[in-house]
Design a protein around this ligand. Sequence first.
Ligand code: PLP
Length: 455
Amino acid sequence: MSENQTRQWKDADARHHLHPFTDHKALQEEGGSRIITRAEGIYLWDSDGNRLLDGMAGLWCVNVGYGREELARVAHDQMCELPFYNNFFKSTHPPAVALSEKLAAITPAGLNRVFFTNSGSEANDTVLRMVRRYWALQGQPDKQVVISRKNAYHGSTVASASLGGMKPIHEQGGLPIPGIVHIDQPYWYGEGGDSDPADFGRQRAALLEEKILELGVDKVAAFIAEPVQGAGGVIIPPDSYWPAVKAICEKYGILLVVDEVICGFGRTGEWFGSQYYDLKPDLMPIAKGLSSGYLPIGGVMVSDKVADVLVAKGGEFYHGFTYSGHPVAAAVALANIAIMERENIVAQVRDTTAPYLAEQWATLAAHPIVGEARTLGMLGALEIVSDKTRRTRFGEAGDTGTLCRDICFKNGLVMRAVGDTMIISPPLVISCEQIDELVGLARTCLDQTAQALGL
Ligand SMILES: *Cc1c(COP(=O)(O)O)cnc(C)c1O
């Protein structure tokens, strides 16, 4: 691609395209967007011909890697056969039927029905509607409040952003909407200080019980959380956290909503994060890895406990999207799951590549500016600090993360920054040799970041 072509794209993009999660002024000042033109396996190429190792699997989603022609063929064939029909008003089509049957088979026991959406955000909007509908049908319409966590990410629509716990998001647009409250997160490195991680995990779980009692059990509908917080900075809770949370939900009969939009479809080395942590979700939002990002599709897995009430009590649930269970997206998702099964991708992550990543990634903890290096499955994080014992950050929060991220791009590595935490979530098909390359690049970038900081 010529320099001229790149310039034309950047100019047209700057004139006409408002990007998601972007400071539009800063983007223009910095000379416009990076233009990604093609991809294969775990690599991307930009319009200047530079190759990048995609340490983020697109946006946590391209689990089977890029360049799967099989998925393109399935989409082509489905478009020729039936490009669209809706699932409203007592209709359906074979791809939606087949995908719902498959999802019931591979998700944890007790989740046997799916409500389709086009994204994780829509899945979480559906969650809010569905838990309130469930309690209303149970004769407890006052059970409306959903408890979530600070620094959670559940999407960007009005309801899902409200369920999320990100302050900068809430500050734009008067969120959260009523009936959603947030408790502190189980972020030991950032907030645990000198405490023992197990004690800290139990303390943060106990906040759920306190909040339920403060609000009154008769007001609380559900608790929602990601098994491992993704966008919040790959926050892996202490092992004591989930068993305690699970017990509290059971004790008070609060619905447990496990947001598997990132953790689902092999990311943790199990099919679902719920299996990794032995959770029994009442509702389980999914998206991202469901289609490996080849087409937009999401959904909510609904437990028998909830679905049986919706079915038995009847009455229309006034909710749905034109493209809920879109036939082409459903066909591609089904083929994506077939690839994961055929190539044994989840077992490969659990038994081989995740343990290897854990071992190699841990070596980065010795780097002078790394305070902690952690992984779970194919998720990883590095805490960048100026003082390892005090866990102090360099200068303004986030500046060093941004600096490191830009250095990564220059060196051919996509690694994301959340504040001063660097995170990865590579395609699940990454090999051990490619993990060596990823960790080697990350080390070079940390060296260059330290240099740029004058160390
Ligand atoms: C990305 C994400 C969402 C939102 O999904 P979209 O498809 O972007 O709407 C919801 N929950 C979690 C945990 C996510 O990571």
